[in-house]
Design a binder for this molecule. Structure first.
Ligand code: SF4
Ligand code: SF4
Length: 444
């Protein structure tokens, strides 16, 4: 793509980066076919190519982001399916980050949307505030249709999607160290996710149990917080950088108690962001090498377990599991087969879903801020699930789990909960009705 930036404009590092990205795009349009927003809306401006043109126009002219760009960028799910498809290696992820920062700083959104974005940014990354908000939300939930009636569709969507039951808190919710069973041969730090701790702590419990059973010491750092993904996706770079710097310090402090073999992520949305801390922190002076050294230790739990010699399970179950790969895992981290391989090795019959490359509509806070498009995508995913009729759907991200549970009657769990069950842990909540079938098979 031809660009027309002046030499002066190109002295700015962000503009130089954008220029390099634009110049890789050959306008082929292949990315439109696999774009999660384009397949629903069919408007070129809701495709990667259309957005790239609009971002280029904004940056070249130096104009403030207009309402059209804001609207179509806000409709982008950051699923990065386009990056998997693009034959030219266009780095849409970092380009969209730049556009979102511009919009956040200089663009115009309605008061209602700004309020909602601030509310999400101020509560979701902070477990205590989130717990209080969920409790208040529980009181407001019966009145959610009133919010819809007055046009506050985002508040309606949030109340609609919030968990109906509050979960018990996890054993290591406040941090701690899970000692390995048997001989220790690895030591890892676990990122427990900010919202996950409150909404579905069983994912962290299962991760800790499973790794401890494999002889891995699991450290849950006390003050570890949000990875910064939520703020980054909202264009709030400064806040995202603060989260990242705090986490780096905590990891360094934990290394003083002994070497670590991995920083383990069990929420793929966080994994994509943390693996990319090198880019997020590139403007911080003098820490590049340290950031690189630490982020090389970051693994999704499926990647880490694939290299941890899990024993081969006996034929333990006849349950059919459809694997939904989160976009952040498949497109953001290029993890394509590990969860399915682990489940298959554990004795489950693994199935695939059609249109696996398309987002389920969760996309961080997208299903709250863009409820109509998220609903179309959620219903589309539920149809694909119904078509293959699995017993269970397994995924690797809390957001996908919450979104699909809302649209599908098939139980949706994190794959780590299934693996923990298969390797001696408790039956995951919502799957108790399968326990008799599994016990019977084990006896036969
Ligand atoms: S990130 Fe997803 S929704 Fe956004 S342009 Fe790329 S494919 Fe489309
Ligand atoms: S597929 Fe890549 S090169 Fe082709 S239009 Fe999309 S971003 Fe540009």
């Amino acid at each position: 793509m031809k660009t027309e930036f002046t030499k002066r404009q190109l002295r700015n590092a962000d503009t130089q980066l954008a220029n390099d990205i634009f110049r890789r795009c050959v306008h082929c349009g292949l990315c439109t076919a696999t774009c999660s927003s384009y397949v629903v809306l069919g408007d070129e401006r809701d495709s990667p190519r259309g957005r790239i043109y609009m971002i280029k126009e904004m940056l070249e002219t130096g104009a403030a982001p207009d309402q059209t760009l804001t609207k179509h960028m806000d409709r982008c799910l950051s699923c990065f399916s386009c990056m998997t498809t693009c034959p030219s290696g266009v780095d849409y992820m970092h380009l969209s980050d730049l556009a979102r920062q511009e919009i956040e700083e200089k663009g115009h959104r309605s008061l209602r949307v700004r309020m909602m974005r601030s509310l999400l940014s101020e509560t979701l990354p902070y477990p205590k505030k989130l717990a209080v908000s969920l409790w208040l939300g529980k009181l407001a939930r019966p009145f959610r249709s009133l919010f819809k009636a007055i046009g506050f569709k985002e508040m309606h969507a949030m109340l609609e999607l919030m968990p109906k039951k509050m979960k018990r808190s996890a054993e290591f919710a406040g941090g701690g160290t899970a000692r390995p069973l048997g001989q220790q041969h690895k030591r890892v730090l676990l990122m427990t996710g900010c919202a996950q701790k409150v909404i579905r702590p069983s994912i962290n419990d299962a991760s800790i149990r499973l790794m401890a059973r494999q002889g891995i010491e699991v450290v849950i750092p006390k003050n570890i917080g949000c990875c910064g993904a939520l703020d980054q996706h909202m264009g709030r770079e400064k806040a995202a950088v603060q989260h990242a710097l705090r986490n780096l310090k905590i990891w360094q402090a934990e290394e003083e108690h002994g070497p670590i073999d991995g920083i383990i992520m069990n929420t793929s949305g966080c994994g994509t962001t943390v693996k990319d801390y090198g880019h997020l922190l590139s403007k911080q002076k003098g820490i590049a090498e340290e950031v690189e050294r630490l982020t090389e230790k970051v693994f999704d739990i499926s990647e880490f377990l694939m290299n941890s010699d899990l024993r081969t399970a006996e034929q333990w179950t006849d349950l059919k599991v459809a694997v939904h790969m989160p976009c952040s895992m498949m497109h953001g981290q290029k993890i394509t087969h590990q969860p399915a391989d682990l489940l298959q090795n554990a004795g489950f019959t693994v199935m695939t879903l059609d249109e696996a490359h398309i987002c389920c509509g969760s996309a961080g806070t997208y299903n709250i801020l863009q409820p109509e498009i998220a609903t179309s995508l959620g219903e589309r995913k539920a149809e694909h699930i119904n078509r293959v009729k699995p017993d269970i759907v397994a995924t690797g991200n809390l957001g996908c789990l919450t979104q699909m549970s809302h649209y599908s009657s098939t139980p949706i769990v994190h794959f780590i909960e299934l693996l923990d069950w298969a390797y001696g842990g408790p039956c995951p909540e919502s799957l108790e009705h399968f326990q008799n079938r599994v016990d019977k098979l084990a006896k036969d």
